[in-house]
Design a protein around this ligand. Structure first.
Ligand SMILES: Nc1ncnc2c1ncn2[C@@H]1O[C@H](COP(=O)(O)OP(=O)(O)OP(=O)(O)O)[C@@H](O)[C@H]1O
Length: 302
């Protein structure tokens, strides 16, 4: 079983016809002679128990078929299990989602055929994983980008808009800019304490979030450090004016944006409880403390 793959597929990811895509996936896996077992999720977060059962059975290679949310839940299942060291597990991704931000970091194309070719070659990287704790003592792991403030608000809104596909990010984004109310954040890390009205605080391991946007400055997903970006009191028109810079990553040079590298950070919103997102999933609201686990998991990359 050590070379065999266990596939967890989310039939609700993305906007396309799952059964057609699933047939295509099986054809390419067969063509490449890849040995696998599979299961399809039946409800939200089902990935967590499915991946844990697979590891208990002896699988060490997991494929996530879906979007960033599916991968996020697979990662959480692996990080929470007690059977093996997490860095002994290898994860491959066959993308089906709407945003697919994590794969962009490693130039994995949004193509079933190419993603399977990459899994077949099995080049891997040991990547850092974030551990996010909320006020109710809930622990969530993340493999891409977490944050709170405007981004959490957009993720909350996105939920009801996903059926519109990629455009839903833009609609949710503009809605958020019009209606999200900024909060004063107390941000504590290393020897720093920042207290300021902010649009959002971003905690990055990888580069892309929000459907291809880049908020982080100097990403290395295996260096044991988060890339923190604090977007201060950026106004509606300033965001609109700087929209291209959100996609090119140049927004980090704006005078109302500050970037840091750290291993641990606490963000305490002062006058409201903004929503928290991790890998595009809504986690809760309010205060967070985040730590990094260096080189926690192996991912197949191109
Ligand atoms: N069978 C299921 N029914 C309903 N929801 C599910 C099911 N299986 C998984 N989910 C949930 O679907 C959510 C969204 O999945 P995912 O993010 O992969 O797709 P997406 O939203 O289309 O892609 P992306 O995040 O890349 O934009 C995840 O939170 C996951 O737990």
């Amino acid at each position: 079983m050590s070379n065999s793959w266990f596939i967890i597929a989310n039939p609700t990811s993305g906007n396309r016809n799952f059964s057609k895509q699933w047939k295509e996936i099986q054809q390419y896996l067969k063509l490449k002679n890849i040995d696998y077992s599979f299961t399809v999720t039946q409800f939200s977060k089902h990935e967590i128990e499915l991946v844990q059962a697979a590891i208990q059975q002896g699988f060490r290679n997991i494929i996530s078929v879906g979007g960033d949310g599916t991968l996020h839940n697979v990662v959480n299942g692996i990080m929470m299990q007690i059977y093996v060291k997490t860095s002994d597990i290898t994860i491959g991704v066959i993308p089906l989602g709407t945003g697919n931000d994590w794969i962009k970091m490693y130039n994995i194309p949004n193509s079933i055929e190419k993603a399977i070719e990459i899994i077949y070659r099995k080049k891997t990287i040991l990547q850092d994983i974030g551990v996010l704790k909320t006020n109710d003592n809930k622990t969530t792991y993340f493999n891409n980008v977490a944050g709170l403030g405007y981004d959490g608000y957009v993720v909350k809104k996105l939920h009801s808009l996903k059926r519109f596909g990629a455009i839903s990010y833009l609609i949710a984004g503009i809605y958020g800019l019009l209606f999200y109310k900024k909060t004063i954040f107390k941000i504590i890390f290393d020897d720093k304490k920042i207290e300021e009205k902010c649009l959002m605080t971003i905690i990055g391991i990888c580069k892309f979030s929000g459907g291809g946007m880049q908020f982080t400055k100097d990403i290395n997903p295996s260096d044991g450090f988060f890339d923190i970006t604090i977007i201060k009191n950026l106004r509606f028109l300033e965001v609109i004016y700087n929209l291209p810079k959100l996609y090119t990553g140049k927004i980090v040079h704006h005078k109302k944006v500050a970037t840091y590298k750290t291993k641990e950070i606490t963000v305490i919103p002062q006058n409201s409880k903004p929503f928290i997102q991790a890998d595009g999933e809504l986690i809760g609201s309010g205060k967070i403390t985040v730590n990094i686990i260096e080189k926690a998991l192996q991912f197949v990359i191109s």
